[in-house]
Design a protein. Structure first.
Length: 245
């Protein structure tokens, strides 16, 4: 029997499929370095152990799978019935044994990848609704998942760093974060200037904003709340970035 292949033909979707699969592999490697006893240790996210984090990543794959089913069948299938349900799901998952959490992570990721693989080419632009109420084409689920697995591989604290994330992913993350700050009105207080690389500038305020300088990985680490290092602040007052998600 011949192997089944991706149905997608749009070049951006094909590229994003490759990117999210690379991120999934990164998360899997980071998780493989967690011992069973290590599941009880803190993750990089305040208030969450590694148990909570792995449960979240597993259930996130299932939630995104529901959006792909929605696009495929036309039957409305939300990610979660409510924010409360999402929270309860994670708290329950955090009580599972380590092997059950590993299985949840692996199997949910495989299920999601199969959903993407089998989605017909003409359905990738169908609109679904995220848990935040955004109406997006289902192709956006590829990026939604990619940023989860890349950043949470860092949050497992097993050696993966923001600097290990590929440059195109870092740049897209920085664009995402700054765009959200802009919509909230937070961007007017900050100008971000990349040193080295493309030397990009994220600036929604013009003069008067605090300028933060650093390479792309350092800027993303700070802006996503992961790392505060190797940065220069124009007012000489290093501090956390505004909230992202």
């Amino acid at each position: 029997m011949p192997a089944r292949t991706d149905q997608a033909t749009d070049l951006q979707v094909v590229a994003d499929l490759a990117g999210v699969r690379l991120g999934t592999a990164s998360f899997r490697r980071a998780l493989s370095r967690v011992t069973d006893a290590g599941f009880d240790e803190p993750s990089g996210l305040p208030g969450w152990t590694r148990r909570h984090l792995v449960a979240h990543v597993g259930y996130n794959a299932r939630a995104i799978s529901r959006l792909v089913v929605w696009a495929d069948t036309g039957v409305v299938t939300p990610m979660y019935s409510s924010p409360e349900e999402r929270g309860r799901e994670i708290e329950f998952g955090a009580t599972l044994r380590p092997q059950a959490l590993r299985s949840l992570s692996d199997h949910s990721a495989i299920e999601l990848d199969v959903r993407w693989r089998d989605l017909p080419a003409d359905r990738w632009d169908r609109t679904v609704v995220t848990a935040q109420g955004r109406h997006v084409p289902v192709s956006e689920t590829l990026w939604m998942r990619a940023r989860e697995v890349w950043l949470h591989a860092v949050d497992l604290r097993t050696g993966t760093r923001v600097r290990d994330i590929p440059e195109p992913v870092l740049r897209r993350l920085m664009d995402d974060v700054y765009s959200l700050w802009d919509r909230r009105g937070d961007a007017t207080s900050w100008t971000l200037r990349e040193i080295g690389g493309q030397e990009a500038v994220w600036d929604a305020a013009g003069s008067g904003a605090v300028e933060v300088r650093g390479d792309l990985a350092a800027l993303v680490g700070w802006a996503t709340g992961r790392e505060l290092r190797e940065l220069t602040f124009s007012d000489d007052d290093p501090r956390p970035a505004p909230r992202w998600l």
